[in-house]
Design a protein around this ligand. Structure first.
Ligand SMILES: Cc1cc2nc3c(=O)[nH]c(=O)nc-3n(C[C@H](O)[C@H](O)[C@H](O)COP(=O)(O)OP(=O)(O)OC[C@H]3O[C@@H](n4cnc5c(N)ncnc54)[C@H](O)[C@@H]3O)c2cc1C
Length: 398
């Protein structure tokens, strides 16, 4: 095949996870290709108020990954918003837990960053790496598995061959389907409504989260005093809320947060995302590996999905580096299996913890409201437990 472009690693999906992996593997001097069906939107069109509706709470561990790749400054230079406090309380508002970075001796608990900003900074870095090729707006028509390489045929007519193919193509991964890897999980029958809002009172660089019986509501601090909201509701209520006009929605929204930030004075357009839990039976196939949402999706209540995907990246890069050092074929099953073993346990553990939280806060059947309120208050007073939880949420215990 004379026109075949050859790669060591071909990554499908230029979201947060795939772009981070491309950046990291570029540093290993491998021939890397990053394919996406779209051109990621990376500009804010000069409008300061037009925030990306999709934001991520980025842990300290993920921040360190971006720093090590030289991408962090590109994010800070655009806009990021540190949060130094986190306040969590429930429907009845009797129990509350408050995390304060100063109490923990840390400068902050993490940053809220627009997904578009993260990807933009990563793509800047990738464009400066000569061994990484960006193949955007490409449709994959065919994937052919071979003993020595996997071949992809694109709608453009191009043919790509790679030693290792990485599926970073999100929850509905085409590559996962191609490899015949099953997923286990369920739909929560819930949707997360996201929007940008301006509130009467300053957010105090605090991530506010109230657990309502119909699902959690988070106000995440952005710069300029704006907040990004993530409001999870059962499908029927989410649809009702989406059908309200902006003024009606602003009223119910400030009420749902107990009025802690006063009135909601301005709101952007809203979008709703159906929520599900999914975990791939296997993270690997023939010369193929899955990372990020292609391997696992979790409830966004603790903002850990992208952070888990970034931990996958760190794990995979380490395994590939070791294989290169030992002059092993990076696409071989025994190499990829090491990555799978390393990541599956951590991902499943985080999924189990999130499910525990989801169920603890998702019902009012006795004695759960009592346990919840008492538990939150006890945790708030038990400094070692609180510190452990906070360090775990920052990704500093893992
Ligand atoms: C409401 C909400 C709030 C969240 N908040 C947080 C948070 O605060 N913190 C956090 O850590 N996580 C959060 N998450 C989770 C987080 O958004 C995801 O885990 C993360 O974005 C997954 O990144 P990814 O790169 O794996 O996949 P994706 O972001 O889905 O990217 C996949 C990429 O692959 C491309 N692609 C797909 N199919 C193909 C194909 N066939 N060919 C070529 N390209 C393809 C797509 O165009 C896309 O660019 C949240 C999720 C939701 C729904």
């Amino acid at each position: 095949m004379p026109d075949t472009q050859k790669f060591d690693v071909l990554i499908v999906g230029a979201g947060i996870v795939g772009a981070t992996l491309a950046c990291a593997l570029g540093g290993l001097r491998l021939r890397v290709g990053l394919v996406d069906a779209h051109v990621p939107r990376t500009q804010n069109d000069g409008d300061k108020i037009e925030y990306d509706l999709r934001v991520s709470a980025i842990t300290r561990a993920s921040e360190n990954i971006f720093k090590s790749l030289g991408a962090w400054q590109g994010m800070v230079g655009r806009r990021v918003s540190p949060y130094r406090n986190m306040r969590v309380w429930d429907t009845e508002g009797r129990g509350e837990i408050h995390f304060d970075s100063a109490e923990l001796g840390e400068p902050h608990l993490g940053h809220i960053i627009e997904n578009r900003v993260i990807v933009a900074a990563l793509l800047d870095r990738i464009r400066s790496q000569q061994n990484v090729s960006l193949l955007l707006e490409q449709t994959i028509c065919e994937i052919v598995d071979g003993d020595e390489a996997v071949t992809l045929r694109l709608a453009s007519g191009a043919t790509l061959a790679t030693t290792l193919l990485v599926g970073a193509d999100g929850a509905r991964s085409q590559l996962r389907k191609h490899a015949g890897i099953e997923v286990r999980g369920w739909s929560y029958g819930q949707q997360a409504i996201v929007a940008t809002v301006q509130t009467e009172l300053f957010h105090q660089e605090t991530a506010w989260q109230r657990f309502l019986i119909t699902g959690p509501l988070a106000f995440l601090p952005l710069d300029n005093g704006y907040c990004s909201i993530v409001w999870t509701n059962v499908d029927t209520k989410a649809q009702r809320l989406m059908s309200l006009d902006a003024n009606e929605f602003k009223l119910v929204l400030s009420d749902a947060l107990d009025g802690r930030l006063g009135a909601v004075e301005w709101i952007s357009e809203r979008a709703a995302f159906p929520l599900s839990l999914a975990h791939a039976d296997s993270y690997i196939g023939q010369r193929l590996v899955l990372v990020g949402d292609a391997a696992h999706t979790i409830h966004p209540l603790a903002g850990q999905g992208a952070n888990l995907g970034l931990a996958d990246v760190a794990g995979l890069v380490e395994v590939i580096s070791m294989a290169l050092g030992a002059k092993k074929d990076i696409g071989k099953h025994n190499v990829l299996r090491r990555y799978e073993r390393r990541r599956k346990g951590d991902n499943l553990a985080m999924m189990a913890v999130m499910e525990g939280f989801y169920r603890l806060f998702g019902t009012n059947v006795a004695p759960l409201p009592y346990l919840r309120n008492t538990g939150l208050d006890l945790m708030n007073r038990a400094i070692p437990i609180k510190s452990f939880l906070a360090r775990h949420a920052m990704g500093l215990n893992v």
